[in-house]
Design a binder for this molecule. Structure first.
Ligand code: ISL
Ligand code: CA
Length: 601
């Protein structure tokens, strides 16, 4: 069926636009800022950018509350700036996807305004509006919401709309109104938005909480026992809803797949060869990539969405890797990398032929994985660099499609926030208020918010040492200070230093490009039960080339007494690793390949 799609072998890179690079000195990262840093990303070897939302939005949830799906937020620039960024990506052989938030719209979206004005009119069916049983247009103080579902950001998932005499559903903030996908016009609008952006050259989308779009008809009460277990009530009625697969495959057909005849390619993308050089201009791909953000679906449901016809998504994010079983994001604990190993052994072992998973450790919703792994040891620069490399080797050399989040490539850790006034994210602030209302002191409440705060990952990118880290042009201060604990963890300091975390990422991404073994599906795990040692062999089925990757999961020296493929050798510090190639023609092990000077010596 033709060559594999480009994203099979791609490295994605998530940009949080507000915090990447500010071109006009207002302290807020923007689109021209990203364009100005594209050579950095191309030099890192990134194949595709994913931008967190850049659409017009009141910004109640960092842009995950969209007011106009066809306009760029003024703080980020203009549509022309975005066109220029798309063209600049394609010119460098990179692709670019946007973040489409269509489980809900902002309450300021014209559809929702129209729905409030005339709940019985056509836009009333775009949302979940329910009659308000209270008298005189205002919910009586004791009038109960239509069901017991709770919001991910605290409280009931329903808000009263006094003027419209209705309740409206919001699984997230009270200004993020859930769209009713059972209404055909809603699905048609979304497909239209996707086609419009495809026509502008966008190569696909990351689809926000896309597994929540199909709610069980009638919106029955959630099971309180499940609510207690998971922390959110009602989830079993929408996290893998009855029409989910149907709606996604329909969206694929109507939005992501270009008919060959009626819509010629709108854009061309330069081919990027294995050695990094640029080749011919290729027409835009016929099918845009569909990456699903799918909290809670687990391995088997994720596979149902990606591997079964009619096809729904291309890739899903499985969040179970981010916390040890029994732990949640708010817990303050040291993450044991042995769990990460178990997770991937299990996950990869369950995949069928042709299935690929997204490999990610950081994003804009989570504290930095490096901080979870190291705890207070993150203050030790040597250990921090070593652990960052260990994580990089895992994320970039296991089978799958890596999604790096900005800053991972320089070993970014959590921000050392001092008090609640330094946090901006509504989820952190709401949680803080809830804890205070329940009787916690200010210090206690802050301590219970800090470990899981989404703000950690959202601080400005550290391009260079100095107070503003070169995030903003001129002397402008970034919208949020990004203090750095240790010298050496900026792009400028690491650039060109063969021992640096940055050059390690560059080297591994280059290796992925040069060695088909690393983008094949084949993997054999060595010593699967070891809790200290994570090693595997990748194979190129065509040439027989093998690459062995060995990662020490601990902070101490380790002797790996191998049998079979692994010979005895000593690791010093976490993150030492080696890739040993074995050509199919040669028996036994070849010479250890040193990559970027950081390999096993
Ligand atoms: O924070 C969570 C719940 O406490 C996560 O489940 C998170 O909300 C979930 O992964 C969905 O995230 C996405 O949708 C949200 C938005 O705030 C996040 O930034 C986005 O990644 C609502 O649009
Ligand atoms: Ca700016």
């Amino acid at each position: 069926d033709g060559p594999p799609p480009w994203w099979h072998s791609a490295v994605f890179y998530q940009v949080y636009p507000r915090s990447f690079a500010d071109s006009n000195g207002d302290g807020i990262g923007d689109l021209p800022g990203i364009t100005a840093r594209l050579d950095y990303l191309a030099g890192l070897g990134v194949d595709c950018l994913w931008l967190s939302p850049i659409f017009d939005s009141p910004g109640d949830d960092g842009g995950y509350d969209i007011r106009d799906y066809r306009a760029v937020a003024a703080e980020f620039g203009t549509l022309d700036d975005l066109d220029a960024l798309i063209a600049a990506c394609h010119e460098r052989g990179m692709r670019i996807i946007l973040d489409l938030v269509v489980n809900h719209t902002s309450a300021e979206h014209p559809w929702f305004r129209a729905a409030c004005e005339d709940p019985d009119g056509p836009y009333g069916d775009y949302y979940f509006l329910r009659d308000d049983p209270g008298p005189a247009g205002n919910p009586a103080p004791d009038s109960a919401p239509p069901n017991n579902w709770t919001s991910f950001f605290g409280g009931s998932a329903w808000r009263p709309l006094p003027e419209a005499r209705r309740w409206a559903l919001h699984l997230f903030a009270p200004t993020q109104m859930d769209l009713n996908w059972d209404t055909p016009a809603v699905r048609a609008e979304v497909a239209d938005i996707v086609r419009w952006w495809r026509g502008r050259g966008i190569d696909g989308f990351r689809l926000d909480v896309i597994n929540y779009i199909s709610k069980r008809r009638g919106l029955p009460d959630g099971n309180p026992a499940i609510g207690k277990l998971i922390g959110f009530t009602g989830i079993e009625h929408y996290f893998f809803g009855p029409r989910l697969h149907a709606y996604l495959s329909e969206l694929r057909r109507n939005g992501f797949t270009r008919g060959d005849s009626d819509s010629p390619p709108s854009s061309t993308v330069r081919e990027r060869r294995a050695d990094g050089s640029l080749g011919d201009r290729l027409p835009q791909d016929r099918v845009g990539v569909m990456v699903g953000e799918t909290p809670g679906v687990g391995v088997e449901m994720g596979r149902l969405l990606t591997a079964h016809e009619p096809r729904a998504l291309d890739l899903t994010f499985n969040f179970d890797v981010l916390d040890e079983p029994g732990r949640v994001r708010w817990d303050d604990y040291r993450y044991d990398l042995a769990y990460l190993k178990d997770f991937y052994l299990d996950y990869l072992g369950r995949l069928g032929a042709g299935e690929r998973i997204a490999l990610f450790l950081d994003n804009h919703d989570n504290p930095r994985m490096l901080s979870k792994v190291l705890g207070e040891d993150a203050a030790n620069p040597a250990l921090r660099a070593a652990a960052a490399k260990a994580l990089a080797a895992i994320q970039l050399l296991l089978p799958g499609v890596p999604f790096l989040f900005q800053g991972q490539e320089i070993g970014a850790i959590n921000q050392d926030f001092r008090g609640i006034s330094e946090l901006h994210d509504l989820e952190s602030l709401n949680r803080y208020e809830e804890l205070r209302a329940a009787g916690a002191s200010a210090d206690e409440a802050f301590a219970q918010v800090l470990p899981g705060a989404r703000d950690h990952a959202r601080v400005p990118m550290r391009w260079a040492p100095g107070p503003g880290h070169d995030h903003s042009s001129g002397d402008a201060a970034p919208w949020q200070p990004a203090a750095e604990r240790s010298a050496g963890f900026t792009v400028a300091e690491q650039d060109g230093d063969p021992e640096s975390v940055l050059e390690f990422h560059r080297a591994l991404i280059r290796l992925r490009r040069e060695e088909p073994a690393l983008t094949s599906e084949e993997v054999e795990f060595l010593r699967p039960h070891s809790r200290e040692y994570f090693a595997w062999i990748r194979r190129d089925p065509v040439t027989g080339t093998e690459i062995t990757v060995e990662v020490n999961l601990t902070a101490g020296d380790r002797a790996a007494r191998g049998s079979g493929h692994v010979r005895r050798h000593t690791y010093s510090r976490c993150g030492r690793w080696r890739a040993r190639r074995r050509d199919g023609a040669i028996r036994g092990h070849g010479v250890a390949a040193r990559v970027g000077g950081t390999g096993f010596a």
